[in-house]
Design a protein around this ligand. Structure first.
Ligand code: SF4
Ligand code: SF4
Length: 135
């Protein structure tokens, strides 16, 4: 039994290493704002505020994101959430290339910056995303 548990942990860790996830903010957010200035990609916005690809990046002109959103980098985009802070997944690199761990999760006082199980990317994917955001 102990051996089975060890194997399970080993495979879980291995899978997580190769399939990192973007970060999302849950309903537990208390709107303290601590995470927003920590994001190296300016991927975090206050609820109700429009977001832009150009915010905090070097993206200019027409841009197509990994998820397929095509827009002028300076064009305002519809907020993802209205009442709590939110993360634009297309701009989140899980801090790969900047820091050893997601900075939003590190500073959040209520631990509501968590892995987004619907947005899996490899470390290589995240580095490639960073390269498109910061030329
Ligand atoms: S994980 Fe890093 S890049 Fe993603 S939203 Fe949080 S601070 Fe920004
Ligand atoms: S640090 Fe946490 S509680 Fe504060 S705004 Fe960000 S997600 Fe919300």
């Amino acid at each position: 039994m102990k051996y089975v548990l060890y194997l399970h942990r080993f495979f879980y860790k291995t899978i997580n290493y190769y399939t990192l996830m973007a970060i999302k903010i849950t309903e537990e957010c208390i709107n303290c704002g601590a995470c927003e200035p920590e994001c190296p990609n300016n991927a975090i916005y206050e609820g109700g505020n429009e977001w832009r690809f150009a915010d905090g990046t070097s993206v200019k002109g027409m841009f197509t994101s990994k998820s397929g959103i095509s827009a002028d980098a300076d064009a305002p985009q519809t907020p993802v959430a209205m009442d709590i802070y939110y993360i634009v997944s297309d701009k989140c690199t899980e801090c790969v290339g900047f820091h050893d761990e997601p900075q939003c999760a590190a500073v959040c006082p209520v631990d509501c910056c968590v892995d987004d199980e619907n947005w899996r990317e490899s470390k290589e994917d995240l580095l490639a995303k960073k390269a498109t955001l910061h030329v």
